[in-house]
Write a protein that binds this ligand. Sequence first.
Ligand SMILES: [Zn+2]
Length: 464
Amino acid sequence: MDENFLLQTGTAQKLYHQHAVKMPIFDYHCHIPPKEIAEDKRFENITQIWLYGDHYKWRAMRANGIDERFCTGDASDWEKFEKWAETVPCTLRNPLYHWTHLELKRFFGIEKLLNPSSAREIWDECNSKLHTADYSVCNIIRKARVHTICTTDDPTDSLEYHRQIKGSGFEVHVFPAWRPDKAMAVEDFQSFNEYVNKLAEVAGITIDSFKSFMEALNRRHEFFHASGCRLSDHGLETIMAGDYTEKEIRDIFKKIRHGNNLSDNEIYKFKSCMLYEFGLMDHSRGWTQQFHLGALRNNSTRLLKELGPDTGLDSIGDFEIARPLSKFLDRLDMQNRLTKTILYNLNPRDNELIATMMGNFQDGSVPGKMQFGSGWWFLDQKDGMEKQMNAMSNLGLLSRFVGMLTDSRSFLSYPRHEYFRRTLCNLIGKDVENGEIPNNPELLGQMVENICFNNAKTYFNFEY
Ligand SMILES: [Zn+2]
């Protein structure tokens, strides 16, 4: 993992060191809490910033035979770190091995490998650095040379922390992103109704019908827009695009508001309608819509009861993607109201499917209007990224790709952009040395710089 890590050819090395490295980071989708940026939080120790909330690491530790007490349980922060250090040597060939050492190197200047014998020394060195002002959240973000961050926010969020960040004069742009999952979560009438009541309150509107429900959401959408938001995101098993009538939706909404659970068919119709309506809203304000498709979540009932969601109990699902996705996009496109769209699949079998689907709806209005999203979650390693970029190259235009995002909950995850950029440069470098693409430094250098940063900046069209 020296300076030419992952860069197997001279061309790759040149592209990376002369072009990729200098570009700032445009992190258009992540889950870091805006509150911690607003407060410019400092962490007491490396476990708090590194292991808390990191289900990738927990899964590796569990697989290594480490008791849950040291992952999510009540062990001390040092004990958790010690167990992580014990696990790291066993993560060879897993991206965690690379991420771990890149993060230690880039943020803390630590070149040593993490293992049980180096654990104490690395713990002490990281912690003493974390105690200095240099390692506050804002300074960590500065160190990573981040230009823009988009967080993930519920429509009922007050966005007070985004306002605070803006008011603080922090030079990195932090925008909200609209994630209305809860406005579609009609599986359980009780939690849905609580959500609708909260929405009514923050939107300042009485919700007594589907129409006023949509009006409240639209007001929040407008508020997000005024707060700088330009993109939405949905986490779904697959797209829902069932048929429904306006009357059916009105009745379904009434039924659930009266405290009744819906049938599977009603749930499907309602969600299909919501996705379409959200698509229209995003189009009306020129936003980008993102869909993360294909996660089969919360597989272990036993651990879910103990630990709750987002604790590493999810895997790749095998849902039907193509037909509903086609119907959904076509429905919006027929009305000339299909907005810029990014699709992420979790099952790599869907790579070519997604890449070709996006091609159906490119319409010449915006370069790369329909985007095949970067290798996501279980696929954000070298193999997954290469497969995603190869599918996109074969079936679309890699040159128009908006590139990498962290999708992370940790402030130390920015080296994932470095990892992506090295993989990208390596892919192009290999083609050059194979004689498959011209060795034209200007053309290739520009392409790399665009994918690393410029494409995203142009595509999302934020107001700075
Ligand atoms: Zn995400």
